[in-house]
Design a protein around this ligand. Structure first.
Ligand code: HEC
Length: 160
């Protein structure tokens, strides 16, 4: 438990640049303009899932029942339900289970993360921590769980 925390905080420390912002090892880019996404330190909880995502773009919460359950709660809390429907099949906003997407990259968890974190030009604002307000928003770990819930309603895992 303790050592896991140390490993993750060491990893985050290694990723924090002079500006105090965290950069992923993989390049994460905004769906709006393709510019790189950097994260405030507060966007992280220090989990293994974050570490894996920043290194590889894979979401280890997909298929994990406990994480999916938490993701469903967050999906409701952040009002995704109102626009995308209770099982992400679409309502005012588009369905999120694929395989067709407005943004083809949403077939991958990396792409879907980028779309939700920083928003789109076609009608959805970014939900990521620090995007809407300096001290509010979905954290990286929460968003990975939300995506795991979205994937649980469809056939693709996003980790293909
Ligand atoms: C106020 C309504 C609204 C809310 C709340 C909302 N969305 Fe959206 N979302 C939209 C609309 C409209 C689009 C289509 C935007 C576009 O095509 O550019 C969209 C697009 C998306 C896409 C891209 C789908 C595609 O076809 O590529 C994803 C993924 C997504 N939303 C996930 C979420 C998640 C997860 C949440 C909650 C954290 C959320 N949205 C909250 C309205 C909303």
């Amino acid at each position: 438990m303790f050592s896991k925390k140390v490993v993750v905080s060491t990893l985050l420390a290694a990723l924090i640049g002079v500006s105090g912002a965290v950069n992923a090892q993989i390049k994460l880019v905004k769906t709006t303009d393709g510019s790189e996404i950097t994260f405030p330190e507060k966007a992280f909880a220090g989990t293994d899932a974050e570490k894996e995502f920043l290194a590889t773009g894979k979401n280890i919460y997909v298929g994990d029942a406990e994480a999916v359950k938490m993701g469903k709660k967050r999906y409701n809390l952040w009002s995704c339900t109102q626009c995308h429907g209770p099982t992400a099949k679409g309502q005012v906003g588009p369905g999120l289970t694929g395989p067709k997407y407005n943004y083809a990259k949403d077939q991958t968890n990396k792409g879907m993360f980028e779309t939700i974190w920083a928003g789109t030009n076609g009608g959805m604002g970014g939900k990521g921590f620090g995007i809407m307000a300096a001290d509010d928003g979905v954290t990286v770990d929460e968003l990975l769980k939300i995506i795991a819930f979205v994937r649980s309603n469809g056939k693709i895992t996003g980790n293909e």
